[in-house]
Design a protein around this ligand. Sequence first.
Ligand code: DAH
Length: 454
Amino acid sequence: MLPEKYPTDSWTNVPPTILAQYGRRLHVQPNHPLSITRKLIESRFPGFRNHNDLPGIVTVHQNFDSLGFTADHPGRSRNDTYYINKDTLLRTHTSAHEVDVFKANTSNGYTISADVYRRDAVDRSHYPIFHQMEGALTWDRSDFKTRQACVDQITTDFEKLPKHDLVVEDPNPSFHAERNPLQEKHHTPEEAEIIGAHLKRSLEDMVVTIFTEADKALAAAGQGSQAEQEPLKVRWVEAFFPHTSPSWELEVWWRGDWLEVLGCGVIDQPLLVRADVPDRIGWAFGIGLERIAMLLFGIPDIRLFWSKDARFLSQFDEGKPIRRFQAFSKHPAAPRDVSFWLPKSNAPVVANTPAAASSAPSPAGGQQTEPSLDGAAPVFHENDLMEIARNTAGDDVEDVKLIDDFVHPKTGRRSLCYRITYRSLEKTLTTEEANALHERISQELVSDFGVQLR
Ligand code: DAH
């Protein structure tokens, strides 16, 4: 529940179901797979200060402005973000604390692990609350006589990093004027180059640790070691984040697919100026913990992390080597379709962008919808259905997917059909139970968005 009373206004869109989960702090719950994953990553950054208790309610300023997000950045949309009120929200990423932690200036390196909140799709890898870890390392140029001496120190630190025999594809230059610029006003090419190299090597080391553990767990479960067939392989992809430049994403070749694992880059210098540490230079990254934990333990559905069922929780032991999760039961799925005509006034529906890594910002989750002022039915966005489904069916909804979308050639009206798959993790849903949930969701679409069921 909310620790304090916050005034609400026309921006408020946090549903009670989210508030009910607020404060579960799975990432520090002993023997929880998210906590084990967090500790495994933290162990690769010795000497870093680990912040695991930062509260999830932050200001719009902390979450967006302090990081240099533009005023029209799509992440600010009420379709994508849970607002407590116009100025206050549930953090959408751990980066929201970067400036504050830099300002406190208590360590060169830090991690921040925490729960983060996003309105998003309903499926087995998306949940409106998930966990991220932020990491950053900086060097203070004022500790050195010359800028070159600082570069030399970073170089020495780089050379001391653990070596690995990972196959690394990194085809792009360290920075590129149009695609991935050096912060020319603030960094020399040598500075950006060595910070980037230190960043990449550090994160490659982390990935080796994670994927070696995952591979051992697979082999121990008799599911075949990937490493025996082909060596572990990663690639660096150019990216964009408001708070870093140059920026990259790291992808890992895992069981036949490139998997996006994290976002990172050379910290935006104006951000460090805003944090009153203008002489510090360095790198930062952000990683989604669920995705890593799912792959480490072989957890098939993101809802399981929230389970209080001993059959789930008893399978994890932080003192022991990582073992694959054993599914304890699989109850039958109950799919139901809902088709409806949108009201004429509805602007084009914006669908969610396909499953981005949970660490990555959902680039253009939706159109910017201001609260409706004229009392008209609110405009329908796909995430509204996601939320109605979660609020009504809780963790008994597994997946919501658009399966049909067409415009009537004569009337110009638009019809959508969604398939909602109900499945409980704990029991078999009866036909009546699934029907009742579906009926409530359908009726709510009618009453909240003025759609016409078909
Ligand atoms: N905050 C980003 C997100 O949630 C992830 C991220 C990217 C964090 C780059 C960083 C970074 O610190 O440098 O999508």
